[in-house]
Design a protein around this ligand. Structure first.
Ligand code: GLN
Ligand code: ZN
Length: 772
């Protein structure tokens, strides 16, 4: 009884609400300002609005609308459905064996005794999921039927949706071993134990009336630590259990296995051999499979993921139609979809009325993407009916290439003229000697990562400036007051290299986007970063250049207040790209070099203003790392080069710092070394100094500041504790290379705990110097 797969679909849709209603609702609930019933009502309001909107945009067929709701995170949803809670939380299940909403939020946010589940990046995106903790003893049992309830809710309003779960293979591959699991324990070894729960849930969904269910298996497009053959074997076993017997009214819905974020590669025939009824392929990033490969999918529906769910550019419908023609010849049923869930992009470009109309016409947010998949589905059945829309897309894309600002000769001439010399500085030994003579720093110098607490006064001042309630001069005065306070505090605490605290920055990327040509910013373009946290990425649409110095006046003012060296603070090219929506009409490497040159000019101006230490942050270097190993060297090559291009104009005497905030450092340590920064600060306190082993093995030869204060919580580390961490560091890294600093910026902290923690940090460094 396999029901036909709808001709057009999306793999997911923004969950946060057009006006971030979900954020407001959950945060009010967490703050005790609203009841569970009020939260539920708000959640249903968002779901209903989404269902109606998607139907209105053309997803009218049964099962065309996927599950589009989550109170926090889709991986957590799946963990809670499976009952997979770490033992460290004690009993979270209620008397009926269920995990309710409060248990769910406890896992997401922690409680007085327990840290929340760890959060980590979802594939090569800026979305963060919660990492399930699975051990040999984890008990799996169907513990939440929220996905069934959501299906029934939609159905009661006349919508037959396609419930969504993270598939079993991806779920376990993304999990980490629970505390106390044996060293060699692999969560994937629990596959046979989670499958019965999936089976039970599928049966419940079928009983509720679901015709299709979507199991997301993005892990199949990435090269992970688990060998590919083991992954294939897991796919075979998982889907033999879930789809070995054909879908039927009393057993399970039909299954769509979705593989977003890239191409299935060697896993394609393995997936093709399973009994699932439909497979969603990312044909935006991946190529259309050959006829031969497609033949293996015979009898299944292939959902052609032609419309990019991860970026905001209008689809080249003519190119997509050509891909559909290539698919048409094969012996598969074809449907059209997005390449990934569209929750990586904002709701609706029509909301951005302040944007230039030209720019707006080049963009497609989630709502526009629905229109594109519907058009392409129309093309499949009646090519002529889609012709006008396809031609319009071609015309707009052609006009974009010609539009003012997109390609500027002065910018292009500069990147075209670059030579190898532009990418390198003198030998480190020469630089280090010059810098020592210039800076006179003690051993184990102390510094911070850049931002100081962004107080409500600072944020309030910015809000008032934006509303026109204060003028630029008043705003500048308020920011200068804050800078003075930050400098005085660091002087009092005894820091060696000072920062200005970044009060004037709303966000470390948007601030630069607002001050560079080639970017625009949105008003309503929020996307979920994790839980209720959203970011508003800027749009990098044209050639990038710097019309005027950006950070120089602030740095100069801060330096005028102290005799100590003041560290200028910039965001690096890769991070600016990673946290923006970046133009898709040229290689990222070219765009990165344009940004790098703008930063290079900024560094030159900082030097002229007397700034001797400059930090270029690259916290996102790891994030853009391609999912396939074969693609990684090329990425690391251009990304490292862009950092070097930004910094290599600096004089020998200028000390260049960089900052990276993740601890799985080993995989890209060669690249980090390749940045050739004089000093690198990294996250380490949180992972108890694990990184120093990597540094030692690698023989990292330049300055390095493994963080000794975990800034992610308000907890104040004691002086002794910091001394302990420093002892570990000194045991692995020569002390003359070591710096003492926190894990990351202090922006989200309060002043009270920051002051106490920094005091302990400086005292610990002084004590450690005494015993070197
Ligand atoms: N300089 C930035 C800050 O301190 C770095 C932030 C980051 O690494 N994410 O806020
Ligand atoms: Zn950081």
């Amino acid at each position: 009884m396999t029901s036909q797969f709808p001709s057009a679909t999306i793999l997911g849709y923004p969950r946060i609400g057009r006006r971030r209603e979900l954020k407001k609702a959950v945060e009010a609930y967490w703050a005790g300002k609203s009841s569970a019933a009020e939260l539920q009502a708000a959640a249903e309001g968002i779901q209903l609005a989404t269902l109606r909107r998607l139907a209105e945009l053309g997803l009218k067929e049964s099962s065309a609308i996927p599950g589009t709701f989550s109170f926090y995170d889709q991986v957590l949803d799946t963990a809670v459905a499976l009952g997979a809670v770490p033992a460290r939380f004690g009993a979270l299940h209620d008397g009926e064996g269920r995990l309710g909403l409060d248990a769910y939020f406890t896992l997401a946010r922690g409680n007085a005794e327990q840290q929340p589940l760890e959060m980590t990046k979802w594939f090569d995106t800026n979305y963060h999921y919660l990492v399930p903790e699975i051990g040999p003893e984890t008990e799996f049992s169907l513990s939440s039927e929220r996905v069934v309830e959501e299906f029934l809710f939609a159905k009661s309003h006349g919508f037959v949706t396609r419930p969504y779960l993270v598939g079993p293979v991806t779920f376990l591959l993304l999990s980490k071993p629970a505390d106390g699991a044996p060293e060699d324990f692999d969560p994937l070894s629990r596959l046979e134990d989670v499958l019965p729960v999936y089976t039970e849930l599928l049966a419940r969904l079928r009983a509720a009336g679901a015709e299709w269910v979507q199991l997301d298996e993005p892990a199949l497009v990435a090269d992970l630590d688990t060998p590919a053959l083991e992954v294939s074997d897991a796919v075979e076993r998982a889907y033999a259990a879930l789809a070995g017997v054909p879908a039927s009214a009393d057993w399970r819905p039909s299954i769509l296995l979705s593989a977003p974020y890239g191409s299935l590669g060697a896993q394609a025939p393995v997936v093709a051999a399973t009994g699932v009824e439909a497979v969603a392929l990312d044909l935006f990033k991946g190529a259309v499979p050959s006829d031969e490969d497609l033949a293996e999918f015979a009898g299944k529906t292939v959902v052609a993921g032609l419309v990019d769910g991860h970026n905001i550019w209008r689809n080249d419908l003519a190119a997509s139609a050509a891909k559909l023609d290539a698919l048409r010849s094969a012996s598969v049923q074809t449907a059209v979809g997005t390449s990934t869930s569209a929750f990586h992009v904002p709701h609706d470009v029509e909301e951005e009325t302040q944007l230039d109309a030209n720019l707006r016409s080049w963009l497609a947010f989630a709502d526009q993407k629905v229109g594109e998949v519907v058009t392409l589905a129309t093309y499949l059945s009646q090519p002529e009916a889609a012709r006008a829309a396809i031609d319009e897309a071609s015309r707009i894309i052609a006009s974009r290439a010609q539009a003012p600002g997109v390609r500027r000769p002065e910018v292009r001439q500069r990147t075209a003229a670059l030579t190898a010399a532009d990418f390198s500085r003198s030998d480190y030994a020469v630089r280090a000697a010059t810098q020592d003579a210039e800076l006179h720093l003690p051993p184990l110098p102390t510094t911070t990562i850049g931002s100081f607490p962004q107080t409500s006064e600072v944020r309030g001042a910015r809000a008032r400036l934006n509303k026109g309630a204060i003028d630029a001069a008043e705003y500048e005065r308020l920011m200068k007051d804050e800078i003075k306070r930050v400098i005085d505090l660091q002087e009092e605490l005894g820091f060696d290299v000072l920062v200005h605290g970044e009060p004037e920055r709303n966000d470390m990327v948007q601030y630069f986007a607002e001050n560079l040509d080639g970017f625009d910013v949105t008003v309503h373009g929020w996307v979920q970063s994790y839980g209720s946290r959203c970011t508003r990425p800027s749009i990098l649409w044209g050639d990038v250049s710097r019309p005027a110095p950006i950070t120089v006046p602030w740095a100069e003012y801060a330096q005028s207040l102290t005799e100590k060296p003041l560290k200028g603070m910039l965001t690096g090219p890769v991070t600016i790209l990673a946290w923006s929506f970046v133009r898709d009409d040229q290689p990222l490497a070219e765009t990165a070099n344009q940004v790098a040159l703008a930063l290079r000019d900024e560094i030159a101006d900082l030097e002229t203003a007397g700034i001797k230490v400059i930090q270029v942050d690259e916290p996102a270097l790891r994030e853009l790392l391609p999912l396939r190993r074969a693609d990684q060297p090329a990425y690391l090559d251009w990304s490292v080069k862009s950092f070097r291009l930004a910094t290599a104009g600096a004089a020998d005497a200028t000390q260049i710092h960089t900052h990276l905030c993740y601890s799985e450092f080993g995989v890209i340590i060669d690249a980090i070394d390749g940045l050739d920064a004089d000093v690198t600060s990294i996250e380490a306190a949180r992972s108890r100094m694990e990184v120093v082993n990597d540094l030692e093995t690698h023989g990292f030869g330049r300055g390095v500041g493994p963080g000794v204060y975990d800034i992610h919580s308000p907890r104040v580390p004691s002086q002794e504790e910091i001394e302990e961490l420093l002892k570990t560091a000194v045991a692995h890294v020569p002390s003359r290379q070591l710096w003492v600093n926190p894990d990351c910026g202090l922006k989200t902290r309060g002043y009270a705990e920051t002051e106490a923690s920094l005091r302990n940090l400086v005292e610990a460094a002084k004590a450690a110097r005494g015993v070197l």
